[in-house]
Design a protein around this ligand. Structure first.
Ligand code: MYA
Length: 597
C-alpha cells in the first residue's frame, strides 16, 4: 500500500513542547511543537552586528578576492589569508571576550555560505577552522584552555584543523589507531598518522583524537578515546605534502603524523574516555554549516544558469523560452528554496538551544540537512552546467569548478551513506522502544485489548493525523490549506518507519537499503516542514511567491514519498541480490559483447 493519504482512526496527539528530536517525533507521527511553532528569528543586537560585518565582507569579495586564481594556483596565498584574518573571518564563532564575533550558528552559516557561493576552497578553509577545527575547544574546553588558545584562533594567528580520520579509519570513526600513552609525569605521548586533514599545511592548532588505555570494567568494544590539542611547533609533528585533489584545490589537505609528540595533561579536552563523543558532537554541529554553504552555492548556480538561459539564443529564441529549460530552472529554484528553509530552520533551533532553551540535540536533523543539501547542490550544479552547454564544460566559466568542488561534500563530514543510516536508525530508536513496550503490555492485566488494537494499527501502517505545529496566531486559512498537503508528506515518513519496523523487527540494522529509503522519506519530510514553517511561521502572513514555491516543493516531495514507500514495500529485488553475488562472492565480471564463449 503506497497511498500517503490514508485516513487514520487514531486520535491526534496533544500539543507538546517536549524535548524530542524532530525526526524521532515525526516517526511516531507527531511534532515537538515548541521547536517548530514559528520561524526562528536572530536577536536584534546580533542582526546589527551581522549587517556591519556582512557589508565589509561584500566589499572585500567584490574588490580583493579572486576565486579563479585560488583554484588555478591550488593555493590561498598568505596575503589572502592575512586579509581574511584582518576582516575577522577566523573569529566568527569565538566569543567576543576572546577577540571573536561570537556569532550564532545562523549568522555563522550565512557568512560561510556567502563565501562558499564565491569560492568553496575558501569556505572549506574557514569551515574546517571554525566548524570542526576549534569546535571541541569551544564546546568542551575548560576556561583556562579557552583563554589560552581562543584569542590566537580568533585573530587567525593560529588556523585550526580537526584530526580524526586515519588510513584505516574513515566512516568507522571508532576504529582509530593513533595512541596516546600516559607518561609518569602525567603528560601524554601521541603516536600515529592522520590523513586527509583539511588545513593540515597551514594550521598551527590541531585537535587530535587518540585511543587511550581503557580502565578495568570499560564495556567491551566501546571506543576509549581522548581529545588533545597539539601545536604545530611541537617536536614530532610531521606535516605531509599537499594532496592533489579533484576539487577544493585551493584548500590545504595533508597528512599529519604524530611521532612521539608529548603534550601536557592540560592539553586534553574533556575527560579521558570522552573523545569519541566529543568527535561526534563536533561533527554534528559542523554539518549545519556545510548544508548552508551548499544551499548558497546552489543559489549561485541557479542565478548564473537563469541569466545564461535568458541570454543564449538558439532556433531564433532565447533558450529560456523552451519548456525543458524552464522546467530545469523551476526545479532548481524550488530546491534552493527548500534547502535554505531546511538548513536555517535547524540552525535557528540549534541557536535557541545555544541560548539556553531546554531542547534536544539536533544531531539527526543536522545530518539530514548535510545529506540533503550536498545532494541537491550536486544536482543543481549538474543542471546549471547542462544549461550552459559547451560553456559549462570550459574552465573559463565557473560551472565546472563548482561541480568539482561539490563532489567531496557527499563524502566528507560523514559519507551520505553512513549519515542516512545514522539519522534513520537514530530516529527509529524511540518508535522501536514504543513498539516493544506495547507488545509487553499484551501480558499485563487490562492491557491486552488496547495493546492489541495499537499493534494492529501499527501493522497496518495506520498513522495519526499530525497537527499543524504553528502558533495559534499564525494559523491563517492559507496556512491550514498548505498544511493539509505538507502533513501528507510527514505522515508518509511516519508510515515508512512503521513498515520498516514491522518488516524487519530487530534486524532492521542490517536492512541497509530499506533504512536508506526511510532516511529519504525523513529528509523529504524535514524539507517540506522547513519550507512550510518558513512560509507561514512569520507574523504578517505569507507571500504569494513563497507559497507557490512551497506548493511546488510539496508536490515534488509527495511524488518522492510515494516512490520511496513503494521501494520499501518491494524491498531489494532478488535479481539485484543475485547480480551483487556474482560480482562480489563469485568474482565474476560483466560479460563483454565480444567474449568468445
Ligand atoms: S572529518 C571526518 C568525518 N568523519 C565522520 O564524519 C565519521 C563518520 N562516522 C560517524 O559519525 C560514526 O562513526 C557513526 C557511529 C555515526 C557511524 N552524536 O555504536 P554507535 C553515540 C553523538 O552507533 P559507531 C571531515 O570529513 C551513540 O549514542 N553521539 O557508533 C572533515 C553511542 O553512545 P553510547 C553519537 O557504530 C572535512 C556511541 O556514540 C552520535 O561506532 C572538512 C556509539 O554509537 C552522534 N551523531 O559509529 C570539512 N552517533 O555509547 C570542512 C552515535 O553512550 C567543512 N553516537 O550508547 C566546512 C564547511 C563549509 C563547506 C562549504 C562548501 C561549499
Amino acid at each position: 500500500m503506497t497511498d500517503t493519504n490514508t485516513l487514520s482512526t487514531e486520535a491526534a496527539p496533544q500539543r507538546t513542547n517536549d524535548g524530542e528530536s524532530i525526526l524521532a517525533a515525526l516517526f511516531h507521527g507527531r511534532l515537538p511543537h515548541g521547536q517548530v511553532a514559528s520561524w526562528p528569528e536572530v536577536p536584534a543586537e546580533e542582526s546589527e552586528l551581522f549587517d556591519v560585518f556582512h557589508d565589509a565582507l561584500e566589499r572585500f569579495l567584490a574588490t580583493d578576492f579572486d576565486p579563479v586564481a585560488i583554484d588555478r594556483n591550488a593555493k590561498i596565498e598568505p596575503a589572502t589569508l592575512e586579509a581574511f584574518a584582518e576582516l575577522g573571518l577566523f573569529g566568527l564563532i569565538v566569543p567576543e571576550e576572546h577577540g571573536g564575533l561570537g556569532l550564532s550558528q545562523t549568522s555563522y552559516t550565512r557568512i560561510l555560505a556567502r563565501v562558499g557561493a564565491e569560492c568553496a576552497s575558501t569556505a572549506v578553509t574557514l569551515g574546517a577552522h571554525s566548524s570542526i577545527g576549534m569546535k571541541a575547544l569551544l564546546l568542551f574546553g575548560n576556561d583556562e584552555q579557552k583563554a589560552r588558545w581562543q584569542p590566537d584562533l580568533a585573530s587567525g594567528e593560529r588556523i585550526a584543523a580537526f584530526c580524526l580520520t586515519e588510513p584505516g579509519s574513515g566512516s568507522d570513526a571508532a576504529s582509530i589507531r593513533t595512541k596516546a600513552t600516559r607518561q609518569d609525569d602525567g603528560s601524554w605521548r601521541l603516536e600515529g598518522e592522520k590523513v586527509w586533514i583539511t588545513n593540515g599545511g597551514i594550521a598551527g592548532f590541531f585537535t587530535v583524537f587518540a585511543r587511550t588505555e581503557a580502565p578495568t570494567g570499560w564495556p567491551e568494544g566501546k571506543p576509549h578515546l581522548a581529545c588533545f590539542v597539539v601545536l604545530r611547533e611541537q617536536d614530532g609533528v610531521r606535516i605531509g605534502a599537499e594532496e592533489d585533489k579533484l576539487g577544493l584545490k585551493g584548500s590545504s589537505t595533508t597528512t599529519v603524523a604524530l611521532d612521539g609528540v608529548v603534550v601536557p595533561d592540560s592539553a586534553r579536552i574533556g575527560d579521558d574516555g570522552d573523545g569519541f563523543k566529543i568527535a561526534l558532537e563536533v561533527l554534528n554541529s559542523g554539518r549545519l554549516g556545510l548544508a548552508g554553504a551548499c544551499a548558497a552555492s546552489a543559489r549561485r548556480m541557479l542565478e548564473l544558469a537563469t541569466a545564461q538561459a535568458k541570454a543564449r539564443e538558439q532556433f531564433g529564441r532565447p533558450i529560456a523560452s523552451f519548456g525543458l529549460i524552464r522546467d530545469k530552472l523551476a526545479r532548481m529554484a524550488t530546491e534552493v528554496f527548500g534547502m535554505e528553509s531546511m538548513a536555517y530552520l535547524i540552525a535557528g533551533i540549534a541557536d535557541r538551544k545555544g541560548r539556553g532553551e531546554a531542547l534536544p540535540s539536533q544531531a539527526l536533523e543536522a545530518a539530514a540537512c548535510k545529506v540533503w543539501c550536498t545532494e541537491r547542490l550536486w544536482e543543481t550544479a549538474h543542471e546549471a552546467l547542462q544549461i550552459a552547454g559547451g560553456n559549462g564544460f570550459m574552465r573559463e566559466f565557473p560551472y565546472e569548478r563548482v561541480l568539482r568542488d561539490a563532489r567531496v561534500n557527499m563524502i566528507f563530514e560523514g559519507t551520505n551513506e553512513i549519515l542516512r543510516l545514522m539519522l534513520a536508525l537514530g530516529a527509529l530508536k524511540g518508535l522501536g522502544k514504543h513498539l516493544r513496550s506495547t507488545a509487553k503490555k499484551l501480558k499485563s492485566p487490562g492491557g491486552f485489548v488496547p495493546s492489541l488494537v495499537e499493534l494492529g494499527r501499527f501493522k497496518m501502517g495506520s498513522v495519526p493525523r499530525i497537527e499543524c505545529p504553528l502558533d495559534e496566531s499564525l494559523r491563517t486559512s492559507e496556512a491550514t490549506e498548505d498544511w493539509a498537503q505538507v502533513e501528507r508528506v510527514l505522515r508518509a515518513a511516519s508510515r515508512g518507519a512503521r513498515r520498516i519496523l514491522v518488516k524487519h523487527g530487530k534486524k532492521v540494522v542490517e536492512a541497509q537499503e530499506d533504512v536508506a529509503a526511510l532516511a529519504d522519506l525523513a529528509m523529504g519530510a524535514l524539507n517540506a516542514l522547513g519550507a512550510f514553517v518558513r512560509v507561514h511561521g512569520r507574523k504578517g502572513g505569507s507571500n504569494e511567491r513563497l507559497r507557490t514555491l512551497l506548493q511546488d516543493l510539496v508536490a515534488v516531495r509527495l511524488d518522492d514519498a510515494r516512490n520511496k514507500l513503494a521501494a520499501l514495500d518491494r524491498g531489494v529485488r532478488a535479481t539485484r541480490k543475485s547480480v551483487a553475488k556474482h560480482l562480489i562472492e563469485d568474482d565474476l565480471r560483466v560479460p563483454s559483447p565480444f567474449d568468445k564463449d
